[in-house]
Design a protein around this ligand. Structure first.
Ligand code: IPM
Ligand code: MG
Length: 357
């Protein structure tokens, strides 16, 4: 198993370090893993001028899986677009064709009170958002800022999906639903946007192949509202790149902390990039305050989806549940007055829990 480790910026390196402790436990038990680190994001810009240097891309292409921390920071915001850290991540997704982005949002029973929504609304919540990740307005051409006929600047982007792009991610949505509660909600804006009319049509065309899955469609504005009104109505949501970006941030807060949520981005070959959905949190970087659990849970997804070791994934998931049950809390998930542990203490506790089983 060849794993590329891209820690990136901000809190990335400190939370990746905790996930690596977990990998070391398995290594100690004889699981063979080849790990290699590379630069990405702002730190890559600092060293090479390129947020995705060719060596990093080559390493990722040759790897079975990529363990990715986080990227970005205010010091890079004024760089030309091609040199911004985010471009490194977007290019990596595109180059490896990582079109299926799985973003689970689960409320751990121990943390139901950490949500800004009432516990009776969110407890037991278990949603999977399947976000398309390599198309849509993120990558559509033409794009840019130009001067129009009136001499005024105008910005423009193109929302575009081909039917094959829609079809392959829709299959992911249906198949994920098959393994869960068998409910799939496809989110679009077909009342206004042709691109998403096609989205709805194509998802509808595939539905007969999955008779056991109940398919519904929802407009994105309504979906945003329903997520806070009655989030438990959802099982699997499948949607395009931009809607998925927005709805997955919203769904994450239902769980109490964005610091808990992992993600997987997969291509057709099963290669995957595994990253927490939170960002690089430059305001707390280097202070040992960051919650490493989303990164550790991302490693669990890596074992499940790219490395074919669901057993190890289950162990990590149980280890995380165990430390939460023990009452360990980083600052982001602590209630007022609860004692707080550091990034490393949280990682060490997960390691101890893993060793115990
Ligand atoms: C995400 C992030 C990225 C995105 C940024 C960092 C480019 O918000 O993974 O959700 O917009 O996809
Ligand atoms: Mg986002």
């Amino acid at each position: 198993m060849k794993i590329a480790v891209l820690a990136g910026d901000g809190i990335g390196p400190e939370i990746v370090a905790e996930a690596l402790k977990v990998l070391e436990v398995f290594r100690g038990e004889g699981v063979s893993m080849e790990l290699e680190s590379a630069l990405v994001g702002g730190v890559a810009v600092d060293h090479t001028g390129d947020p995705l240097p060719p060596e990093t891309l080559a390493l990722c292409q040759a790897a079975d899986a990529i363990l990715f921390g986080s990227i970005g920071g205010p010091q890079y915001d004024s760089l030309p677009r091609e040199q911004r850290p985010e471009r490194g991540l977007l290019r990596l997704r595109k180059e490896l064709d990582l079109f299926a982005n799985l973003r689970p949002a689960q409320v751990f029973p121990e943390l139901a009170a950490a949500s800004t929504l009432r516990a009776d609304v969110v407890s037991g919540l278990d949603i999977l958002i399947v976000r398309e990740l390599t198309g849509d307005i993120y990558f559509g051409e033409p794009r840019g800022i130009r001067t129009n006929a009136a001499g005024e600047r105008e910005g423009f982007n193109t929302m575009v999906y081909s039917e094959s792009e829609i079809r392959r991610v829709a299959h992911w949505g249906f198949q994920a639903a098959q393994k869960r509660q068998r409910r799939l909600c496809s989110v679009d804006k077909m009342n206004v946007l042709e691109c998403t009319q096609l989205w709805r049509d194509v998802v509808q065309e595939i539905a007969p192949q999955y008779p056991e899955v109940t398919l519904t469609h929802m407009l994105v504005d309504n979906a945003a509202m329903q997520l806070v009104r009655n989030p438990r109505q959802f099982d699997v949501i499948v949607t395009g790149n931009i809607f998925g970006d927005i709805l997955s941030d919203e769904a994450s807060m239902l769980t109490g902390s964005i610091g808990m949520l992992p993600s997987a981005s997969l291509n057709a070959q099963g290669q995957g990039l595994y990253e927490p959905i939170h960002g690089s949190a430059p305001d707390i970087a280097g202070q040992g305050k960051a919650n490493p659990l989303a990164q550790i849970l991302s490693a669990a997804m890596m074992f499940r989806y790219s490395l074919n070791r669901a057993d190890l994934a289950d162990r990590i998931d149980h280890g995380v549940r165990h430390v939460l049950a023990q009452g360990l809390r980083t600052a982001d998930i602590a209630q007022a007055g609860e004692p707080v542990v550091s990034t490393a203490q949280m990682g060490d506790a997960v390691v101890a829990a893993l060793r115990a089983v």
